[in-house]
Design a protein around this ligand. Sequence first.
Ligand SMILES: *[C@@H]1O[C@H](CO)[C@@H](O)[C@H](O)[C@H]1NC(C)=O
Ligand SMILES: *[C@@H]1O[C@H](CO)[C@@H](O)[C@H](O)[C@H]1NC(C)=O
Ligand SMILES: *[C@@H]1O[C@H](CO)[C@@H](O)[C@H](O)[C@H]1NC(C)=O
Ligand SMILES: *[C@@H]1O[C@H](CO)[C@@H](O)[C@H](O)[C@H]1NC(C)=O
Ligand SMILES: *[C@@H]1O[C@H](CO)[C@@H](O)[C@H](O)[C@H]1NC(C)=O
Length: 442
Amino acid sequence: MSPLRTLAFLALIGVCSCQASDCSYRGLLTHLNLTTTDKVMAVMRPVKNWTTPTLVQMDLVLYGILEVDEKSQTVTSHIWIRMGWTNEFLTWNLSDFCGIDSMTIPRSSLWIPDVSIEEDASDTGTIHNSPVITLSPSGSVLANSRQRLTSTCLLMVAMFPFDKQRCHFTFSSLSSDEETITLGTVSNDTRLTKVSKLLMVTRGEWHLEDIEIEDCSKNRTSGCQSRLVYTVIISRKPLLYVIIFIVPLFYFVLLDVCSFFISGARGEKLSFKVTILLSISVLLLILKDLLPSTEDSLPMIARYCVGIFALVGISVLEAMLVGFLYDLDGCCSNAQTPDDAQVDIQLEVDFHKESDGAEEPPERPSLPLNRPDDRDLLRLILEEVKTARREAGGPEEDERRPGSYRRLSEIIDSAFFVLYFLTVAVFLTYMNVVWMTQIISI
Ligand SMILES: *[C@@H]1O[C@H](CO)[C@@H](O)[C@H](O)[C@H]1NC(C)=O
Ligand SMILES: *[C@@H]1O[C@H](CO)[C@@H](O)[C@H](O)[C@H]1NC(C)=O
Ligand SMILES: *[C@@H]1O[C@H](CO)[C@@H](O)[C@H](O)[C@H]1NC(C)=O
Ligand SMILES: *[C@@H]1O[C@H](CO)[C@@H](O)[C@H](O)[C@H]1NC(C)=O
Ligand SMILES: *[C@@H]1O[C@H](CO)[C@@H](O)[C@H](O)[C@H]1NC(C)=O
């Protein structure tokens, strides 16, 4: 009797252990009651006592900074988010299930915390959730998602292109308060920054400085436990802007200063200066496309551009004034004297009268040779005399009348040059100092 009982007992144990030690996922699913079609697991927060808050632990990895739009004040980045929380109903004993230590099930079959980013301004469809979530024996659930995130960010362009931006990603639950969902982190700041720097492929013109986490889950007094703020600090690589804005503008103003040494040809000097002015306005147009029109703080680079534009503009005006004064003197010396002009006109009239009277066709070239006209000869002699007189009289007249206006224009030119040079030097030094102090301070 007793051996039979022992045998039966052993058989029972064997059956039991066979049933308990199920090595298929199906058995585990059955154990977890997930095979039933009832959707209760998908709708309720998985806690046994409703007063227990669910701690959702987040991990954010920055995979790339795709675009920073200063005009619309948005930052587009590529991020991966991992969320983990505990489902108190989905626990199993490893030894009962052949040591199955993780299982994936469809995302739709379980409750997922509705955590989202407050700054998110992306279009719909930019979030790509992993279709499955991972369960582990202790009841912890992991859900991954990646996102092309366009987030609003207050971009400070005052120091463009040497700027550093701080953008926040604030995670919070849309429908729950901190009584039900608490947000926490898995990795700390240093680790996250290290991983992001390692994995980041696209950075564009940006350099990732640091990622800071403001984690309230350990601070029971602050009242911000349902929020988690990641602060991404990025700095711009300024070399391109230095090459296309700052250096050319510096050269333009240098050229403008040097143009005071163009001697003589005042018209050329003026057109040279106007060309410089036009080149600067092209740069201003490019700048307009880059920067937002903020009225409260004009970016330093805009001040720099406008300052140089104004300086060159003033120097163009000065060149015009000097040219005007110079010509005010020159106008009388260059023009023909009235008696010359009268003789000229008289000759012209006589000549026309005579040719009209003869009604000779004008295309006959042999006319002056066939009929040597003393009027023509006279004309030639007159021309000769006039040029001789002009040549002789020009310098003499200049010496005779050095021209108060001309002298004035020269004085103005010299004084303006000194003033202009000093202003340019002071302006450039000021910009340099301001820029340098700002670059060092940030
Ligand atoms: C599955 O459901 C049965 C009865 O409906 C219950 O006894 C059991 O505890 C449930 N298992 C789990 C893991 O919730
Ligand atoms: C639920 O939690 C509250 C507070 O934590 C506790 O006072 C209460 O006894 C719990 N209820 C059960 C049934 O465990
Ligand atoms: C798992 O099962 C083994 C034997 O069946 C038992 O000794 C152990 O305490 C169980 N572990 C838990 C966490 O229930
Ligand atoms: C961050 O985590 C790493 C390991 O993950 C650890 O070595 C480091 O000390 C932590 N830093 C801080 C500030 O907690
Ligand atoms: C918790 O938050 C309060 C208010 O925000 C702050 O004064 C306090 O220093 C914080 N404590 C810790 C440990 O961070």
